[in-house]
Design a protein around this ligand. Structure first.
Ligand code: GLC
Length: 754
């Protein structure tokens, strides 16, 4: 029975401990699990818990909410996805209003800007929208490593490199949280693909875990103090991450100093008691099964209430910061106009120019375009699943180019629009954000149509589109490799336009790496637009016409073949004969499975570059690569000292020696002595982006290298170790285009605690 004391403690007036002490066991359990979720086909045991079912729904379409305890002043807080913008229902039963959100560029595009301030600004815009729609915590950023290009959710993640992932995630977190809205850094850890994600066991050695898969999370925790962390579905070395004390209490809290609360992914893990004991404070979305198991465990003594109290204190500590507790009167009217502009400007800053032979770009004024590829008329703004956004519109490339004053062949467009309409009627596009989209097939243009279009236009643009999303990984052909229809389209258009000495441009409207080596010399320019959000067509037009000089660079290697990625050999893992009832009872039908990350730290450029050291960039596009409409000179590399003590400052001058203004992303790689252990040839240890430099203008960029940047993880001692010897600083325009080098010495070996 609740306390009858008139002076009940109240959250915010009494100490958290006093409030927790006043909770009944039922109230404690209600705070440790969410209020449930409405998802078609959920088995009975996963239905909403009894207590919560009356409280959810303050923000329709949000991912979930926590339970209120009004008598103690504890409000319910709302959590909504996702990394490309707020995902809530665009309409409501009881309202004639709309509740659209801005579909911002995907995470991979933002990472490709390498621009901390830009990403922070996008975070601020997302945080503003979340706040004005009544969302307390945005379930973002997501920063799992791009281990394999076929990972279904790579669009939601940033990079193959942990430093880029961590720094960009920290910028996003700081941006969102500056608005008084929390974040949920996810998915801790090693959720690198979708196949059997709910139960797969990821076997990974401790060095790769620390240096590659955990390092980004360590950076974001230490540099942005996220309010919450979301654990992943999978196991790591035999233990569900949501049930791992080592991960959640030892590493996350004791070693990294995390002070918020840990939330499960939705329906993740198997044992609610083990999750709470491990330090996974909140079990989302909350189910009747969890409610019953936890109440029984408290009664039987299997779950000591002190564990519940500890986890609830972590949760209440964050609820105190939430607008629901602060009593903020949200408007349901965020500034979507201003955010659309941020969407457009940030999208063009993350686009990557891979090829621009004979200055095909930027195009001249009054260029007449022939737009090929269904994606030219139906651009893909982002990925599917929880990372989707219910947006009000999408600007197509045709619309964007016409708005910029260009003409596009109307005859060609009507062929495509008719084809698209027919295809959509045959395969109605699922409006459910959770269902993977079926890609529109390519329209097979007739020789006559192509001939007429070639005569009536100056430049051909072919847009290659890719869908990807949660629940399913990408296919080799139609995912990483182009389909025959796409390759035939490029070949036919290239032949026709080149016969008339006219240029052919390809726009890659994609969420992850695709193969380019086999067709790139058939075209004059390749621009990766990624999935650039709802302002897609305007952002691409801004670059094609030179209003924006492209400055993005790859944060993930575009290799020539899937086999070039060391991880490809063991992707996606193997199914196991279900080892026990637990595996057979897995949610959503996943099968017991296992994958061994036996490539270790050899992820992305750390391995691929060593294989391709002689090949030119046209055969594949390396990590850190991206072209500009201008050129930059690197000079005057300076080190603060040549003997490394505690840190080192590095500076370099960047000069725009071309004839248009532009920005340059400068990367600092480090080659370390490897007497005691194998190391990559070089690893990214810093990056910086100039401001907009006018022709002949220079800027000095500086970097600080700390002892941790020199270290490798030693799993035997469970310490970070630094070898003595000669280290080489490599300043590059990409990981394969090193412009300046300088050495420094570390006189003695040293160690760092974890
Ligand atoms: C999903 C995703 C996670 C998302 C959550 C809530 O399954 O894995 O990223 O935030 O559930 O929708």
């Amino acid at each position: 029975m609740p306390s009858v004391d008139k002076k009940l403690p109240k959250l915010g007036e009494s100490t958290i401990a006093e409030v927790v002490a006043a909770l009944t066991a039922e109230e404690k359990v209600s705070l440790l699990i969410g209020t449930g979720m409405d998802f078609p086909g959920l088995p009975p045991k996963l239905q909403a818990p009894v207590v919560g079912s009356t409280q959810k729904g303050r923000v329709p379409g949000a991912a979930g909410s926590t339970c209120a305890v009004p008598r103690l002043g504890i409000p319910s807080i709302v959590m909504a996805d996702g990394p490309a913008g707020v995902r809530i229902s665009p309409t409501r039963k009881d309202s004639a209003e709309s509740f659209f959100c801005t579909a911002f560029p995907i995470a991979t595009l933002l990472a490709s800007s390498w621009d901390i301030e830009l990403v922070k600004n996008v975070g601020r815009a997302m945080g503003h929208e979340a706040k004005e729609y009544g969302v307390d915590i945005l379930l973002a950023p997501a920063l799992n490593i791009h281990r394999i290009p076929l990972g279904g959710r790579n669009f939601e993640y940033y990079s193959e490199d942990p430093l880029v992932s961590g720094k960009i995630a920290a910028a996003m977190t700081n941006g969102v949280q500056s608005q008084g809205v929390g974040t949920s850094v996810k998915h801790l850890v090693a959720n690198n693909h979708e196949w059997n994600r709910n139960v797969i066991n990821v076997k990974v050695d401790q060095r790769a875990l620390r240096e590659i898969y955990l390092k980004g999370f360590e950076i974001v925790i230490k540099e942005s103090n996220p309010w919450t962390v979301m654990t992943s579905y999978n196991k790591v070395n035999g233990v569900y991450t949501s049930e791992s004390y080592e991960l959640l209490s030892t590493i996350l809290r004791e070693q990294w100093g995390f002070s918020g609360f840990v939330v499960t992914d939705w329906l993740a893990g198997r044992d609610p008691v083990a999750q709470l004991k491990a330090g996974n404070d909140l079990l989302m979305p909350g189910s009747i099964y969890q409610q019953e198991v936890l109440l029984e465990a408290i009664k039987s003594g299997e779950l000591d209430e002190s564990i519940c109290d500890r986890d609830i204190e972590n949760i209440l500590g964050i609820i105190l910061k939430c607008q629901a507790f602060q009593g903020y009167q949200y408007s349901n009217r965020p500034d979507l106009i201003a955010n659309a502009e941020i969407c457009r400007s940030s999208a063009s800053q993350g686009m990557v120019l891979l090829r621009n032979s004979d200055k095909a770009l930027p195009v001249k004024e009054n260029t007449r375009f022939g737009l090929f590829g269904t994606a030219s008329y139906a651009m893909i703004t982002g990925g599917t699943g929880s990372g989707d956004v219910n947006k009000a519109y999408t600007v197509s490339l045709a619309t964007g180019l016409r708005a910029a004053g260009f003409t596009c062949s109307d005859a060609l467009e009507s062929c495509y629009q008719e084809f698209i309409a027919t295809e959509k009627s045959r395969n109605p596009v699922s409006t459910d954000a959770f269902m993977p989209r079926v890609a529109l097939p390519e329209y097979i243009i007739s020789e006559e149509q192509l001939f007429d279009t070639t005569l009536q236009t100056d430049v051909a643009v072919i847009t290659i589109g890719r869908h990807s999303g949660e629940f399913v990984d990408r296919q080799a052909v139609g995912g990483f490799y182009l389909t025959d229809e796409e390759k035939n389209l490029i070949r036919k258009v290239s032949t026709a336009y080149r016969k008339q000495s006219k240029k052919v441009l390809v726009i890659l409207n994609i969420g992850g790496a695709v193969e380019t080596a086999s067709w790139c010399d058939q075209v004059d320019a390749i621009l990766i637009a990624w999935q650039p959000g709802q302002e897609a067509g305007h952002a691409v037009a801004d670059i094609l016409r030179g209003k924006v000089n492209p400055s993005g660079k790859l944060a993930t290697t575009f290799a020539s073949r899937l086999e070039d990625y060391p991880s490809f050999g063991n992707f996606p893992g193997v199914t196991l004969v279900a080892r026990n009832e637990e595996e057979k009872s897995a949610a959503v039908g996943d099968k017991a499975a296992e994958i061994e990350y036996n490539d270790g730290i050899a992820v992305g450029y750390r391995a691929i570059n060593a294989e391709h050291k002689t090949e030119s960039a046209t055969v594949f596009f390396p990590f850190g690569f991206g072209l500009s409409y201008t050129v930059f000179n690197y000079s005057n590399l300076q080190l603060s000292n040549n003997e490394f003590e505690s840190d080192l400052t590095v500076s370099v001058d960047i000069t725009n020696t071309g004839d248009v203004a532009g920005r340059e992303i400068v990367q600092l790689y480090l080659s370390a002595p490897s007497h005691d252990r194998v190391k990559p040839v070089a690893e990214l240890k810093g990056f910086n982006k100039t401001g907009l430099l006018k022709p002949q203008q220079s800027q000095t960029l500086s970097f600080t290298i700390g002892l941790a940047d020199l270290s490798s993880f030693d799993p035997v001692q469970s310490l970070w170790v630094v070898e003595k010897g000669c280290y080489v600083i490599k300043i590059g325009a990409s990981s394969m285009d090193i412009r300046l080098e300088a050495n420094f010495n570390k006189v003695a070996a040293s160690q760092l605690s974890v």
